[in-house]
Design a protein around this ligand. Structure first.
Ligand SMILES: Cc1cc2nc3c(=O)[nH]c(=O)nc-3n(C[C@H](O)[C@H](O)[C@H](O)COP(=O)(O)OP(=O)(O)OC[C@H]3O[C@@H](n4cnc5c(N)ncnc54)[C@H](O)[C@@H]3O)c2cc1C
Length: 264
């Protein structure tokens, strides 16, 4: 994890609160939230309309300096009213003493105030309309889809998964290590549908059809295609031989084509 920057998923109640705590400690924080900004668009507040603030909730709000703003808009609640099947009502007090209450607050307003508070630290950025698809905490990798500009997302179509006795792994072409979900690498395939090798070319057959992963899994056909697996579905990103690497950056033919098309 980068010591200077945290990435959080979700700008609900805890995301902006944690971001504010972190910002107060000097960290920069980026939050990805799949919903639009509820301060600009009319959307549901989420799990419930109102929320009961307990001593623990009040304590957190005091710590981040939001309590005095929230308090005037809360409604005291003495207890929960139970309606039984015969139409009788029974009050279950929240406190042990007559004057003990908890406070009800609008969930949406609280959420909006927490987001604004986090942003006002100057160290927190909330990226709305950005959804986390998957994360690999061991490798510090997250796949988030979304758009910074118009709230539209691009849908990627997969090539499907492996069926019957077929198997696909994504491997690092130089180390032969099997790569985790979402990482782009060389597509290796195995199964009854794969040929045994090239006609009378032992060496090329060995190189292409006898791929074994670092852990000894195989043999696989090293397809030379690049792609990744997400939830068992294969996404093809390009062809190894077509990629030009300049100063560590991958340039695919379609990138170069796109650049040239927009030059004139
Ligand atoms: C019906 C109900 C009533 C409740 N009443 C109370 C109460 O009175 N008092 C109380 O203290 N607690 C109450 N709770 C519990 C309280 O709602 C939760 O403890 C609190 O909301 C948890 O905060 P959170 O930030 O973890 O989740 P949330 O507030 O749910 O926020 C999660 C956020 O993450 C976003 N998100 C989710 N998946 C992704 C993704 N893949 N990519 C990007 N963003 C994503 C969501 O859009 C959401 O904005 C209640 C819960 C329920 C269900």
């Amino acid at each position: 994890m980068n010591k200077e920057k945290f990435t959080l998923i979700g700008a609900g109640l805890t995301g902006p609160l944690l971001a504010t705590y972190l910002a107060q400690q000097g960290y920069s924080v980026e939050i990805f939230e799949r919903r639009p900004d509820m301060r600009k668009e009319s959307i549901s507040a989420g799990r419930s309309i109102n929320l009961a603030l307990s001593a623990r909730g009040n304590h957190a709000l005091k710590e981040v300096g939001l309590y005095d703003k929230i308090k005037p808009n809360t409604i005291p609640m003495k207890g929960r009213m139970i309606h039984d099947l015969n139409g009788n009502t029974h009050l279950q007090p929240y406190g042990q003493k007559e004057n003990e209450v908890i406070f009800s607050v609008s969930r949406a307003q609280l959420n909006m105030d927490l987001m604004t508070l986090a942003e006002e630290t100057g160290k927190v950025t909330i990226r709305f309309n950005h959804q986390l698809l998957s994360a690999d905490l061991e490798q510090n990798k997250a796949i988030v889809v979304g758009s910074d500009f118009d709230g539209k997302t691009m849908e990627l179509v997969s090539n499907g998964g492996a069926y019957l006795d077929a198997a696909i792994v994504i491997a690092d072409p130089s180390t032969c290590a099997e790569l985790p979900e979402c990482a782009v690498g060389e597509i290796w395939a195995s199964g009854g549908h794969i040929a045994e090798g090239y006609w009378q070319n032992e060496q090329a057959s060995q190189e292409t059809f006898q791929g074994f992963t670092e852990c000894g899994k195989g043999p696989f056909l090293r397809t030379g295609d690049l792609g990744c697996l997400i939830d068992g579905n294969l996404y093809i990103t390009g062809r190894m031989k077509d990629v030009i690497i300049i100063r560590g950056g991958n340039h695919y033919p379609q990138d170069i084509e796109h650049t040239v098309q927009h030059l004139f």
